[in-house]
Design a protein around this ligand. Sequence first.
Ligand code: GUN
Length: 328
Amino acid sequence: MAATVLDGVKISNAIKAEVAAEVATLTVGGLRPGLAVVLVGHNPASEVYVRNKVKSCEQTGIYSEKHTPADTATTEDLLALIADLNHRDEIDGILVQLPLPKQVDSQKVLLAVDPAKDVDGFHPMNVGYLSTQRPGLVACTPAGVMEMLKRCGIATSGAEAVVIGRSDIVGKPMAMLLTNANATVTICHSRTKDLPGVCRRADILVAAIGKAGMVTRDFVKPGAAVIDVGMNRVTDAAEFASFWKGRQGSEKREAEFAAKGSTLMGDVAPEVAEVAGALTPVPGGVGPLTVAMLMSNTVKAMKMRRGNKLATPAGTASSGTASSGTAD
Ligand code: GUN
């Protein structure tokens, strides 16, 4: 039987509606959450991501502003911008879109963001809070995956979870969140021996590798939940055909490739749908949740930092809002 498709767009819209309701209450209370997005240069993928983030702010009522330093910006230029944003009380969240141009010391820039405004959850202070199960800001993509598992009724407690990829942005925080949610977690990477064999142990398999279709059916235990965090542009016709040609239901994808000469796909091969119990699509799976969790994190950052200044008590409308903190 074909895997259940986990609809990230639907879940993202539900989270954003909850955030919007809370933002409305907070705004009535006299405080409007604010997000500053920093986009350096003209990376086309980053421009799309940032456009989606700004649009989601508009949908949820969060104030947003976009800063666009030139691609010649120096580390010092960005440190000065971040210092200014750190000092402005009405800015609750600061997001520096990655990757930064190569002349910039990204680590130095990310470290300069006030941890209380670090809505990406990348600052070592927030990473430490996550690993010690203290309240803090959690990286949006793994937080979105947890929200998806929860809202789709996929139990983590006692589950075998395997995360492929050990990045600071996805793999490591993902493993930490799953551990905090009582899963038994294995992190795999490029040196893992018998990768398919290790992955086949998983009840929950998270692929965050960055290689189109690398996770094939032999990686997947029948019935497992497979979460595809990958987002890869395939332009090679033979590679495209190896994944999609003649597959049932791939007509739209084939038409798209014929028209545009490329397609976006995840790290999971389409054939996995014949083995998995549940599977996130790409696009339309984890991606939309990342943006929803950014909205949720911005509200959370506002409440943690200046919620005590509200005219009415904060949190009365927050019971349904996505929790991006540590799982219980
Ligand atoms: N570039 C790709 N993913 C991300 C993300 O989650 N946050 C930021 N800031 N940049 C990214």
